[in-house]
Design a protein around this ligand. Sequence first.
Ligand code: HEC
Length: 272
Amino acid sequence: MRNERHIVGGRRNDVRALWSMAGRRPWTLRRERPIKDERPQAIGEAPRRRWTNVVIGMGVGLCLVLVSGCRLDMHDQPRYKPLAASRFFPDGRSARPLVKGTVARGHLRLDEHFYTGKVNGQLVDTFPFPITRQVLERGRERYNIFCAVCHDRTGSGRGMIVERGFPHPPSFHIERLQKAPVGHFYDVITNGFGRMYSYASRIPPRDRWAIVAYIRALQLSQNATLDDVPPEERAKLLAPPAVKRHDAGIQEQGSSGARSTTGDQSPTTNHE
Ligand code: HEC
């Protein structure tokens, strides 16, 4: 390090020597303009040059300011107001129709199974995603909101609207619909069926599948046998009927294998 500094210092000394040889002192170098100092000037020349420079400079500046004011932006171009008429297009409209096959961003529906309930035009008999208890509960909620008014809560087709005169839908528990693939139910919700209108605008695809899963559960519930019940749950069914909490003191006796009609029941503790 010390060495380097020495060398640099040495160079600086060399430069000073050179400049002093040229008759100039190095510390005056930066402050002076050689032309001014060395060239003899005629009287009046320097001021004239300076004024010319100022005038030219102002001229250029003015031009820049003026030019920056005249620009043609896209928002200034000729344009139509939304849905205004046009004599340019043969159909008289300025708004152009969508090119055939246009898909809005985020609306590309490549998953045929999920969006149509079909694969290669054939109704599917599988769900496009796993059916969990959560999905079934969502399905029950949506079914009771959208479908039960006509199909009733068990799916027998005797909903309130039907009782007031709307055409009678078939029960979901007839053999044909028991055997129908899940894609059929999805398709009915999506596109409507006969006198039943489409629910596509009100129920998004995932909820449609949840409803279909719940309809399957309803179908099972109406045609279940004891063998469908898991062994550990069977004992509960075979036990005497459960007792409602609010009249827990009055124990009903004598009937067996009865179906509970309300959800507000707790299983009895005295299994035989
Ligand atoms: C306003 C009353 C009404 C509502 C609400 C309604 N449906 Fe229907 N549904 C009908 C009628 C009526 C039919 C019989 C249509 C026909 O055969 O012309 C039917 C038929 C059906 C069928 C049987 C199709 C077949 O193959 O015979 C299914 C499945 C079905 N509906 C599912 C649903 C689901 C799921 C919902 C709820 C998202 C729903 N419906 C909501 C009135 C309704």
